[in-house]
Every structure is written in structure tokens, then in C-alpha cells.
Design a protein around this ligand. Sequence first.
Ligand code: SAH
Length: 219
Amino acid sequence: MPAPTPPDHNVDHMKFVLDLRRRGIMDAAVLRAMEEVPRERFVMPAHVHLAYLDRALPIACGQVISQPYLVAYMTEQLEVRPEHHVLEVGTGSGYQAAILSRLAARVTSIERYRTLADAARSRLRALNCDNVEIITGDGMMGAADRAPFDRIIVTAAAVTVPPALMDQLAVGGIMVLPLGPHEQHQRLVKIVRTGQGVERTELIDVRFVPLLPGQAQEL
Ligand code: SAH
């Protein structure tokens, strides 16, 4: 009997990018990044065959890798340019950081679970994402010693904007984050810091794991 054909990630991956375009993602650089980063490397081995479906999937420490459409949408809303230094709060698998690494000069990403941070760091190293630094710690505090950031993306839900993140956003900078109660849907919000204050735009409804204070005591 012939061996079963291995799943063809290239075909799945091509369809995945076409679907993103059909659903309204227009930014060519974002689409290219989604095309170039192999999502199958960021999911658990048992879920590799699901990597190019538009689904959030479980990762270690009870967390999740976000749904790809949301990764693309949030990245598009972030309006990243090649000279930017981007802060991500909530590294998780490292997938969003890998997408950002293709668009920005430099990415700093913070994760409260050491296990996730270590795994993401080695994945990103294997993919030559050399402009990404992953820090284990409390992302609600940002990374004052690396601030200001041109762009900030938070991939876990807070009830209100963490003040430290607002302080570390450059004037003219953009922050995209889900805001709202943990047990329910949250609203994705885009904040632009102007010379005078902040402009806030509400985007789509989303569902994220909670942004929790402090570094995780468990690994
Ligand atoms: N961006 C990720 C998905 C993130 S899931 C990806 O592409 O895979 C949200 C992550 O935020 C989880 O891993 C969770 O542990 C982390 N998190 C929650 N609160 C945090 C905090 N205060 N600081 C840093 N990370 C936090």
C-alpha cells in the first residue's frame, strides 16, 4: 500500500492568504508576512493539520494562538512601518511577533509564562527573526527601559488601558488592544497618541484570554 500523502502545507497556506484577502485584509506587506511565516511551526504537533484554518488553537500553559484573521486584522490596524519599534504584550506562541518582525525594524515582546517565552524564542531564532527580543515578565508594565514604542499591540484582554503602556507609546504612536470584561466578548480598540491627547476608535468584537498582572508563578 502506498504511504499516505503528507499534508501539503503550501496549498493550504496559499488558500489561507487568499481567504484573508477575500475577508478584507488589503495591506500587501501584511499579506506577504502572513504568506511567509509558517504557522504550522507555532502550533502543537497534534494541531499541525489545522494550522491554516482560521481558528485559534490551544498552546501550552492554557493559552491560545490567536485566530489568523485577527492577527492579520490587528497588524493591519497597527500601520507598522519599516522604521518602527513595536511592543507586543502577550507573546504566546510567538506567531504574532514573527509577523511583526517582517514589518518593523525591531520587536520587543513580553510574556508572563517562562515556558511560552522560551519556546517562542527558539522558534523565532530558527526562523531567523533576529530583530525580535522576547522578555519574560509582566507586560502590563511595558518595558520602560526600551520605550518609547512607535506601536504597541496587546494580545490579551484588559478592562482598561494599562497606564504604563500609554506612557510608553510615542507621540504619534498607535496602540491596538482588546478592552472589556474577561468572560465576555471584548471590543478591539485603536488608540492614537497625538500631541494633544489620545484619539480612540472602536473596531470589531473579539475574544481574547485575559491580561493578568505579574509574571506567572507557575512555569
Ligand atoms: N500573540 C500570541 C497569542 C497570545 S495569547 C500568539 O501569536 O500566539 C495571550 C498571551 O498573553 C498568553 O500567552 C498569556 O500568558 C499572555 N499574557 C497575559 N497577561 C500577560 C501579561 N500581563 N504580561 C505578559 N503576557 C501576558
